[in-house]
Ligand binder design. Structure first.
Ligand code: PLP
Length: 369
């Protein structure tokens, strides 16, 4: 099935005699057993829940995977991922969501995991870094917030030559625009809070893989650490997913028009738009100008996160990436005046008008008259 069909045509309620079109919410913590010594398919919702199972099957299908696990947030999924490198080393891309950097540098690095960072766009640097034994390479592509695109097939080849697993955070594009497992990655990860949910009303995470051993280690950790997605949130995510195709298509269409418009504006510098997806960013030359621009927008909500039906705007160095110390941000050439836009499904004409009025407000009064 094509993705647009898969999003709607799946078994919403396996085994349910009433055959509902929408998956029932099994809002229960525990399930009765037929006897003291026999378990049914489900016994306790931390270990497994029918609503979550439908979601997990659907997430796997979308990523072209055999297995997927759903977590209470993207960070919960990332935490589980880091456990796969216990006793070894993680090599991470150096342009990553601030919370991922915080997890790796302030938690994993103080447990039994060594963490190093590399510019993952530089394959020679990755090859050199992989000379030290490495269990897991973790990257985002496009990266957040600089939207740099990585060469995943070459990265996968380098990782596999050295016996490392490649995990790709696919949150920025969604499985409709990129399926990392199909181009060599071992694990695809999501902050499902973003495009997969799409409505900004649930935090969730997911990990997908085709490797049965990795899948059972992930399910074991999910149960042992108790960070699975709750039944109602699983249902919200299933509901949101049905329109993923329409949302992503419309968001991308709007983003292309907005990128073309911003590319013509003299006040906008270093516009970064990878040509796919609906997140873009740019600089203005100084932090104060960026702040004024962001605060002059009326339709773009100032908010962290991206991928929702609502358009949002943020200053990554002050918001989503503030947990990366300033000196490290500087060493990674993360511009302090960077503005990130996540384009929603409003009418693009309204969004363009809003951007035009905010850019005009930046100009000195004399230049305007
Ligand atoms: N990965 C990326 C690329 C993100 O941008 C985020 C959050 O913004 C996360 C992971 C963490 O996900 P969550 O906020 O759902 O915990």
């Amino acid at each position: 099935m094509k993705p647009a069909t898969q999003l709607l045509r799946f078994d919403a309620a396996p085994g349910d005699p009433y055959r509902p079109l929408s998956t029932p919410i099994y809002q229960t913590a525990t399930f009765a057993q037929t006897s003291a010594l026999e378990f049914g398919p489900y016994d306790y919702s931390r270990s497994g829940n029918p609503t979550r199972s439908v979601l997990e099957r659907q997430l796997a299908a979308l990523e072209g995977a055999q297995y997927a696990s759903a977590f209470g947030s993207g960070m919960a999924a990332l935490t589980t991922l880091t456990r796969l490198a216990a006793g070894g080393r993680i090599l991470a891309g150096d342009d990553l969501y601030g919370g991922t950097y915080r997890l790796l540098s302030r938690i994993s690095a103080h447990q039994d995991i060594a963490v190093d960072y590399v510019d993952a766009t530089d394959l020679d640097a990755v090859g050199a870094a992989l000379r030290s034994p490495t269990k897991l390479v973790l990257v985002e592509t496009p990266t957040n917030p600089l939207l740099r695109v990585l060469d995943l097939p070459s990265l996968a080849r380098l990782c596999h030559e050295r016996g490392a697993l490649l995990a790709v955070d696919n949150s920025l594009l969604s499985p409709l625009l990129q399926q990392p497992l199909g181009i060599g990655a071992d694990l695809a990860l999501h902050s499902a809070t973003k495009f997969l949910c799409g409505h900004g009303d649930v935090t969730a995470g997911a990990i997908a893989t085709n490797d049965s051993d990795l899948a059972s280690r992930i399910s074991f950790l999910q149960n042992a650490e108790g960070n699975a997605l709750a039944p109602f949130d699983s249902w919200l995510l299933l509901r949101g997913l049905k329109t993923l195709h329409l949302r992503v298509r419309e968001q991308q269409r709007n983003a292309r028009r907005i990128a073309a418009f911003l590319g013509r504006q003299p006040a906008i510098r270093n516009l970064r738009y990878p040509g796919r997806g609906s997140v873009l960013c740019f600089e203005t030359g100084d932090i104060e100008t960026s702040r004024r621009l962001v605060e002059s927008l009326r339709l773009f909500t100032i908010a962290v996160s991206f991928g929702s039906v609502h358009s949002t705007v943020s200053l990554p160095c002050r918001m989503s990436h503030a947990s990366i110390p300033e000196a490290i941000r500087r060493s990674r050439h993360l511009p302090e005046d960077l503005v990130r836009l996540s384009i929603g499904i409003e009418d693009a004409d309204d969004l363009l008008e809003d951007l035009a009025q905010a850019l005009e407000a930046l100009m000195p009064r004399a230049a305007r008259s």
